[in-house]
Structures are given as C-alpha cells and as structure tokens.
Design a protein around this ligand. Structure first.
Ligand code: V47
Ligand code: SF4
Length: 362
C-alpha cells in the first residue's frame, strides 16, 4: 500500500482525496496531472482507480477489424490511410471480399469492427445487405460499425437524418459504434487537422442519438500532434459530460498520433512518457466511462503492457488485419492470438479475462 505522503510529495494529495472519495476531478485537476513531474506517482494514482474498478482483470476480445475502403472525401491532414478515388493505393472491398475475410477466420470473432473512409458513392443499402449477411454467418458476433463521422456522411449522401441511418443499421444487427473520428474537439485545432469532419457538437450528438436508441459506443482522442494539454483535458471533460447525459460510452481509447506518411508535420514527436501520462489522466478524469483501452496496434505491444499500470484495463483483441495505424507507420503485428494476448497480460501481472464486444465476461 502506497502512503498518502508519497502522493502529497508529488503534489497529488488533494487529487488522491478526490479519487478515494469518488469526487469528480476538475479541469484544473486534469491540468495539474499533466504538469506533475512524477510520472510514477501519476501511474500509481491511476492504478488505484483502475484497481478499484476492475481489480487485476485485464480484458481482451477475439475480434476482427474490417477496413472496407480507404477512399475518402474528407482528406484529414493527419491521415495516412485515406486516398482519393482513382488514386494509386486506393481500395474498396466487395461484399464477397468482406464476407470471405470473416469466413476464413481461424477462431470465430465475438466482435466485427467495420470502419472505412467516407466514400463518395457506397449506398447505405450495400452495408445493410452486408451486415445482414455477416449476422447470418456469425450470429454470436456483435457488429461494431461506423464512426459518427461515417454515420453523418451516410446521412448526407442518403438525404436522411443520422437517427434514421442508426435505426436502419440497428435493424440489420449493428449494436455498437466504435469511437473513431473524435480526434480533438477544440474547434481551432479540429479545423486545422480535419476541416471537413463534423464538429465536436455533431460527433457528440450522434453518439447521444445512438445511446438513446440502445447502442453501446466507444470514444477516442487522437493526441500528440498540435494540441496542448488544455485541449486534451477539455476533450475528456466534453466526453464525460456527454456520458452524464446519455450514458452509452463503454470504453475510451487514447490514440497516439503516428506520423509516418502523414501530411501533418509536428515539431516535437510524442514521447512514450506522454502516452503513459495521457492513459493515466484519462482514467482519472473519465470517472463515468467504465473502460480504458491500451490499443496495442497504435501503442505497440510493450507500451500497451506498460499502460496497464497507468490506468488501462483492456488490451483490445486479436484484430487480425489493420490498415489505419499500419499505413501511418505502426510497427506492431497485424494480429495477436488468444494465447499471445493472455501471455502478454499475465506477463505484466494482470489476470486475462476474455470478454465479448460489450465487455460481458466469457
Ligand atoms: O478515427 C487516423 C485515428 C481512428 C492516425 O472503438 C490515427 O474500439 C494515429 O478509432 N495515427 C480509427 N491514429 C481507430 C479507432 C479505433 C481503434 C481501435 C478500437 C476502437 C474502438 C477504435 O484512428 C481514427 C483516427 O482518430 N487515426 N490516423 C494516425 N496517423
Ligand atoms: Fe477519411 Fe477518416 Fe482518414 Fe479523415 S481520418 S481522411 S475521415 S479515413
């Protein structure tokens, strides 16, 4: 048991009191956590919260990511994945190709995570028919599909509301939305890195609509580019305020910006210390979001393991094939097996727990 003095010496005494009593941390507390020079104390504080919520469990899921196209009209500055229509390296999967990827999985996935670019002419009907087929093929799998950005794009191209898109997807078996597209909510930063993307209010509105309809959704933050600590804390605060209203966020994923092949040039590359610090601050600020993911694809496996000691409780999953991070220079593998995931989790002192897409233990 770490003494109170330890945290007081690190300048974290009053925040410790709040963590223990369950009082919400303020924006100033969040900034103080970013300013705290004692990374170990910060990790220890986030671990108190993490262990109070999940003990020594670390979750993982047998899942499969499908990136159906990289053709995108948005052209976000940071994105190394997207291509224009007809550009070299662009791709668009047919329904057969999508289904083949799932049929050939060595272990049937519990979660199918489908995201892609905002394509100029794939109709909603294509996805409705594809998801219905996936559900027929893999009835035990939860379909987690389309970021709020894609939902908005489909609403615009179909000339219907985002609620209508969500209802139609729900009718063919989609139960979850992934957390992508949140980037950084601050309007100035957002305008510089992804000017064509929906703004924060619309991203949050669409998640609120999904929660209202019974979807479980995730949320993310892309950090380590041109944003400040204040922008990050503001982002976390907006997420928890939305959660107070609509309650359907299950897991937060801090996404470190990977720079390779990106048009967004940054002066100071993100450090491993900042990745761990941001994981810890997220755990401490997001008091009403149950899970924090150490996404091994973007962090790398070893840093994801370290993040489990800085507040993260989920290791994501088998993934199998990933393009967004790997086109931006992720050096992680494409896939991990169940055995590898369990060994990695056990190897850093936690108990692996297999979960389904919604964190029900299996
Ligand atoms: O929205 C794009 C980000 C996101 C880069 O919900 C980049 O369970 C780093 O949201 N460097 C997609 N990040 C990934 C995502 C996700 C991943 C795993 C699980 C879940 C979940 C969600 O990736 C995008 C964007 O924010 N991204 N380019 C890059 N160069
Ligand atoms: Fe398109 Fe998403 Fe890449 Fe932006 S981040 S360009 S919306 S694929």
């Amino acid at each position: 048991m770490i003494s109170k003095n330890y945290f007081q010496n690190a300048g974290l005494g009053s925040i410790l009191d709040k963590v223990i009593s369950g009082e919400r941390l303020s924006i100033d507390d969040g900034l103080a956590l970013y300013d705290c020079p004692d990374l170990n104390a910060l990790g220890a504080l986030a671990s108190i919260k993490r262990r109070a919520m999940h003990g020594d469990k670390t979750f993982y899921v047998i899942n499969r990511h499908i990136n159906y196209t990289n053709i995108c009209v948005n052209g976000c500055l940071f994105c190394a994945y997207a291509r224009e229509h007809g550009e070299e390296g662009s791709f668009q999967l047919s329904r057969e190709q999508i289904l083949d990827k799932l049929k050939n999985a060595p272990v049937a996935p519990r979660e199918v995570h489908v995201v892609g670019g905002c394509h100029h002419d794939i109709p909603l009907k294509f996805f409705e028919e594809t998801f219905a087929e996936i559900k027929k093929e893999l009835p035990q799998a939860v379909i987690k599909s389309f970021t709020a950005v894609e939902i908005d794009h489909l609403a615009t191209t179909e000339g219907i509301s985002s609620v209508e898109v969500l209802k139609r997807l729900q009718a063919v078996g989609v139960e979850m939305m992934p957390g992508g597209g949140a980037e950084i909510f601050d309007s100035e930063v957002r305008h510089r890195i992804c000017p064509k993307k929906i703004d924060a209010e619309n991203w949050l509105r669409i998640h609120g609509e999904a929660h209202e309809l019974g979807y479980t959704t995730n949320c993310t933050m892309l950090f380590g580019h041109i944003e400040s600590a204040a922008h990050r804390v503001d982002h976390l605060d907006r997420l928890r305020r939305q959660q107070d209203k609509s309650g359907g966020f299950n897991c937060f994923i801090p996404l470190p910006f990977l720079t390779e092949n990106s048009r967004l040039k940054i002066e100071e590359p993100l450090t491993g210390v900042d990745e761990l610090r941001t994981t810890a601050v997220s755990r401490l600020m997001l008091d009403n979001i149950p899970h924090i993911k150490a996404y091994w694809v973007m962090l790398g496996v070893k840093q994801a393991q370290a993040a489990l000691h800085f507040g993260a409780d989920d290791f994501d999953g088998t993934v199998v094939e990933e393009k967004i991070g790997h086109m931006a220079g992720a050096s992680s593998d494409q896939a991990l097996t169940r055995t590898e995931l369990e060994e990695m989790i056990r190897g850093c002192g936690f108990t692996p727990v297999e979960r389904d897409a919604k964190f029900n233990e299996i």
